[in-house]
Design a protein around this ligand. Structure first.
Ligand SMILES: *[C@@H]1O[C@H](CO)[C@@H](O)[C@H](O)[C@H]1NC(C)=O
Ligand SMILES: *[C@@H]1O[C@H](CO)[C@@H](O)[C@H](O)[C@H]1NC(C)=O
Ligand SMILES: *[C@@H]1O[C@H](CO)[C@@H](O)[C@H](O)[C@H]1NC(C)=O
Ligand SMILES: *[C@@H]1O[C@H](CO)[C@@H](O)[C@H](O)[C@H]1NC(C)=O
Length: 435
């Protein structure tokens, strides 16, 4: 079906602006295999340059004071900088406290070159992202059991459950092959995530993402699936699954034991919660074929259990969450949330705003703590389409969210971990000293 649309798009090449065509191609190809996904990228990069890919401001034009520029020419400046770094390190004390709260930040596709380029994007080589001043750093090996290069699904399984899995599978062991429902439904193949462990201890749990909340990374917290693309029942039947046997990811989020207990769910993907016949708050229709309205089901569950809850869909509502809210479902877009560069800042919240709201709901007085997953999910997606500017801007937004979390939590009882899941190499030519 997708291939059809692809060729149909080719026929409109000469009547629609190339930009619209490319956007359509990107949208259509987003569910295809990696190989097919590259086609529109090659095609569009050849025909049209995304206007977002502008050169960065010239280094010499950076707002640096005359004083700073003069200092950089002296040896004392650099040696003092080094001495200060060493003194800071020596002052650091090991923190042996047990973390009550854990916030796990994941910048999907945030490779080392991406971080370097983002420093420049933020104003210069000497800038640091929020997490670069954290006291401990390490590197990890990422691979799937059956693939050298990890994808978001098997890597989410690894860092959220501690067990490696096969490519494209989530929350199940490597005994489950891609698309095998029988194996995915066997309890012994299903893995408990760190959110589940927190819930078993009566602690709060939540997720925040800029992708659909049913996308691979967030799904790692609550789903057990043999195919990351089975986000809705319609996806299951289109992608060779048996709808009577393979529970889709959105359904697991609302009816699954772990999904049901999540206190905070913030991100995109509203269409996966609504039937085809239902038009959402922004005028988009749902995609479910089973007629279920999962937003209503989520609300029904809260009412049946006397829980205080809020369902929200825009930024205003997010910024005015009521104080006693214990369960918060926020779906801000039909599919993924927009890139920060393209979002309507009046109606769609930033990752930073979502992170702050999530912490507000999770961090209750006298509570025994919480686990929160925050994903900057579109760094990777921008890289896949070779949109360097957007990738760096998403990384800068991710850094802002981390900075905010550091400001409103206490290092004595809260552990903040920042990682990248798996890395996407950045395709960017950077000429030192110029642009
Ligand atoms: C699917 O998994 C089941 C149970 O583990 C197994 O018996 C079956 O052979 C698998 N099917 C395929 C096609 O691999
Ligand atoms: C919910 O609250 C109502 C009224 O306060 C009460 O009658 C009912 O038993 C409660 N239900 C549960 C599941 O706690
Ligand atoms: C919510 O709590 C905050 C901090 O405790 C307080 O400043 C604010 O007035 C409260 N808002 C409402 C609507 O109760
Ligand atoms: C927190 O616990 C203290 C002591 O147990 C109690 O006095 C206080 O009312 C509790 N606060 C809340 C908000 O539950």
């Amino acid at each position: 079906m997708n291939i059809h649309i692809f060729f149909f798009s080719l026929t409109v090449l000469f009547i629609s602006p190339i930009k619209n065509l490319c956007n359509l191609l990107y949208a259509v190809s987003s569910n295809l295999d990696v190989l097919w996904k590259q086609l529109p990228t090659l095609f569009c990069n050849f025909l049209y340059k995304d206007e977002d890919v502008r050169p960065f401001p010239n280094k010499l034009m950076r707002p640096k004071s005359e004083e700073e520029l003069l200092m950089e020419r002296t040896k004392g400046y650099w040696r003092n900088a080094a001495l200060n770094t060493i003194a800071d390190k020596l002052r650091q004390r090991m923190n042996f406290n047990t973390a009550k709260n854990v916030i796990f930040f994941l910048g999907d596709g945030m490779s080392v070159p991406t971080i370097t380029a983002t420093r420049v994007y933020m104003g210069g080589e000497e800038k640091s992202l929020a997490f670069e001043t954290f006291p401990y750093t390490g590197l990890s090996k990422t691979y799937c059991v059956d693939h050298q290069t990890a994808d978001s699904a098997c890597s989410a399984t690894a860092y959220l459950t501690g067990v490696k899995a096969n490519l494209g599978t989530i929350g199940v062991t490597a005994a489950v092959n891609l698309k095998n429902c029988t194996a995915m439904n066997q309890r012994e193949n299903q893995l408990d995530s760190i959110a589940k462990l927190f819930q078993l201890q009566g602690r709060r749990t939540g997720l925040v993402t800029t992708t659909r909340v049913t996308h691979a990374t967030p799904a790692g917290l609550y789903a057990h699936t043999a195919d990351r693309h089975w986000e809705t029942d319609t996806d299951v039947s289109t992608l060779n699954g048996d709808v009577t046997d393979c529970e889709d990811i959105a359904h697991q989020l609302v009816f699954g034991k772990t999904g049901q207990q999540l206190n905070v769910i913030l991100g995109g993907g509203r269409r996966g919660f609504l039937p085809r016949e239902v038009i959402d708050e922004q005028g988009n229709s749902g995609v479910r074929s089973d007629g279920l309205n999962l937003i209503e089901e989520w609300i029904k569950f809260r009412e049946n259990h006397n829980q205080s809850y809020q369902y929200i869909w825009n930024r205003d509502q997010l910024l005015n969450i009521q104080n006693g809210t214990d369960y918060l479902l926020g779906l801000f877009q039909s599919s993924h949330m927009n890139y920060n560069k393209e979002r309507n800042t009046e109606t769609q919240p930033s990752l930073e705003e979502m992170t702050e709201a999530a912490i507000k709901v999770l961090d209750k007085q006298n509570s025994s703590g919480y686990f929160l997953l925050v994903e900057g999910g579109r760094i990777d997606m921008a890289h896949h389409y070779t949109w360097a500017h957007k990738a760096l801007d998403e990384t800068a937004e991710f850094s802002k969210a981390i900075q905010r979390a550091v400001e409103i939590t206490n290092e004595e009882n809260t552990l903040i971990v920042v990682t990248a899941g798996q890395l996407i190499d950045i395709k960017l030519i950077y000429l030192k000293g110029n642009n």
